[in-house]
Design a protein around this ligand. Structure first.
Ligand SMILES: Nc1ncnc2c1ncn2[C@@H]1O[C@H](COP(=O)(O)OP(=O)(O)OP(=O)(O)O)[C@@H](O)[C@H]1O
Ligand SMILES: [Mg+2]
Length: 236
């Protein structure tokens, strides 16, 4: 082991699941003994057919849902034993979420949609607006800061959602079909934006059933029937 390897070995994975199983009432086993380690700086696509367990895996990796068995570690910290409030704090500190249908509030303009996400990070009110504006600038939407969602295109709405996900500087962005509701050109530019954020250091996990999207990420994990079939391109 070289000196550099020794240093690398001490850096915890951004996100790790160990021997995770998720069963739903009624006997559906959505995840069956899944282990996956996502290092800092990885940009990974999780691909698989509809019903293969992708969203279940994203929810469990994102600590939005608990596994039936197994462990989830966030930045090296085991999450299973944490009280709800501690877990919520850890989650909002380290993670940013992006969903297919944006999940913006129709009653808030772009800036306030982004700023409202910062509430959960304990950012004082007077700093939220400036941080939201900086995030909108980062996604190329400074000129739309006062538009409400109905005054934005689908691609712009997703950019607002991405600004909200990155405004607090998370370690990892978890995105579930982020281009799924967009036409291919708009989807492509949203994917480009996510890849730029990864270039500047944010770990990226994108769930997709689209092989074209997956092919543009440096790493891929394939899932079928709740099991990992193979992984390529992950940093170790
Ligand atoms: N809350 C739930 N209760 C019971 N079964 C569920 C629940 N959520 C998901 N499932 C089942 O778990 C399996 C995996 O679902 P999941 O949503 O993770 O699939 P997916 O890969 O994201 O599919 P898609 O590409 O269609 O979004 C499916 O068989 C689904 O029916
Ligand atoms: Mg899904």
């Amino acid at each position: 082991m070289t000196g550099n390897d020794a240093v690398a070995a001490q850096v915890p994975a951004a996100l790790e699941v160990r021997d995770v199983t998720k069963s739903y009432p009624g006997g559906v086993v959505a995840l069956d003994d899944v282990s996956l380690r996502i290092a800092r700086g990885d940009a990974v696509a999780i691909v698989g057919a509809s019903g293969s367990g992708k969203s279940t895996l994203l929810h469990i990796m994102g600590t939005l849902d608990a596994p039936t068995r197994g462990q989830v570690l966030l930045n090296g910290r085991s999450t299973g034993e944490l009280a709800d409030r501690r877990l919520a704090a850890l989650r909002s500190h380290h993670l940013g979420f992006v969903f297919q249908h944006f999940h913006l509030s129709e009653r808030l303009n772009a800036t306030d949609n982004v700023a409202s996400g910062l509430l959960y990070n304990g950012v004082p009110r007077h700093r939220r607006r400036a941080m939201a504006q900086a995030a909108l600038e980062r996604v190329g939407l400074a000129a739309r800061a006062t538009n409400f969602p109905h005054q934005l295109s689908g691609g712009e709405r997703q950019r607002v959602a991405i600004a909200r996900a990155v405004a607090h500087g998370p370690l990892v962005i978890l995105a579930d079909e982020p281009t799924g509701a967009l036409d291919s050109r708009t989807g492509s530019s949203v994917l480009e934006l996510l890849l730029e954020l990864n270039e500047s250091g944010t770990t990226l996990v994108i769930i997709t059933h689209d092989g074209g999207v997956a092919g543009r990420l440096p790493a891929r994990v394939e899932i079928a029937d709740g099991r990992i079939l193979g992984a390529e391109g992950l940093r170790t």
